[in-house]
Design a protein around this ligand. Structure first.
Ligand code: SF4
Length: 220
């Protein structure tokens, strides 16, 4: 297991937040006026779909389905029709329908703990983490393949193929987002993954993490 010091974590957090303050992206679900319903629905839509695609689609979806109550009145076919513009609409509609029906049964009230939230339909690890971050205000990582790529390049690689079960990456991501601006540091890493530390050709020349990055040293 790679030993990572508190100082290394701090350096990463400071540089990535500074970068975000200058370069972070604006999306409707990041707006301070976005409510918890919008934050959770955006994370459902963002799975396996680019943020810019969801961003263009999001306002019209929220206009049509502004609340759990309104979403709970939609049939699965209504949702399929509404979700067509962003693809994967059948799977997405089936899962969203189940979640909406459960939230309708709960009268729009979110569970009070993560353990309870995990029992809701479609709450895999990622959405449960989003729930913990946005609803419970805990330092919880939006750990997906993009966040994993940045962390692994900078700090060193994981051992297991599945990020959901890799103890190193799970623990590292929690340490990294344990920061006063919890949502912002998550968004910072995700934006950084999309704009700088890209999958195929990372822009290492303009990267604020360059002089400490393990990937960089490995590839010299
Ligand atoms: S130096 Fe390159 S690989 Fe390392 S974090 Fe920056 S962009 Fe990613």
């Amino acid at each position: 297991m790679i030993e990572i010091t508190h100082k290394e974590i701090q350096l990463f957090q400071e540089r990535i937040i500074n970068w975000f303050e200058e370069n972070g992206r604006t999306f409707p679900w990041r707006n301070p006026s976005a409510n918890n319903y919008q934050k959770i629905i955006s994370e459902v839509l963002l799975q396996r779909t680019q943020a810019t695609t969801v961003s263009n689609f999001f306002p019209s979806f929220i206009e049509k389905y502004p609340s759990w109550k309104r979403l709970g009145l939609a049939t699965e076919l209504d949702l399929q029709e509404a979700l067509k513009p962003i693809g994967l609409y059948k799977q997405r509609a089936a899962r969203m329908y189940k979640l909406a029906q459960e939230m309708k049964r709960r009268k729009g009230r979110f569970p009070k703990t993560r353990q309870e939230a995990e029992k809701l339909p479609m709450m895999g690890q990622y959405i449960s983490n989003a729930y913990e971050l946005f609803i419970l205000n805990n330092p919880s990582p939006l750990l997906d393949v993009n966040m994993a790529r940045v962390l692994e390049r900078f700090f060193g690689p994981r051992k297991l193929a599945d990020i959901r079960h890799d103890p190193y990456l799970q623990s590292l991501s929690k340490r990294v987002v344990d920061y006063p601006k919890k949502a912002q540091i998550n968004w910072a890493i995700l934006d950084f993954a999309s704009l700088v530390c890209k999958k195929r050709s990372p822009n290492c020349q303009i990267c604020p993490l360059y002089n400490k990055c393990k990937y960089q040293f490995k590839n010299i």
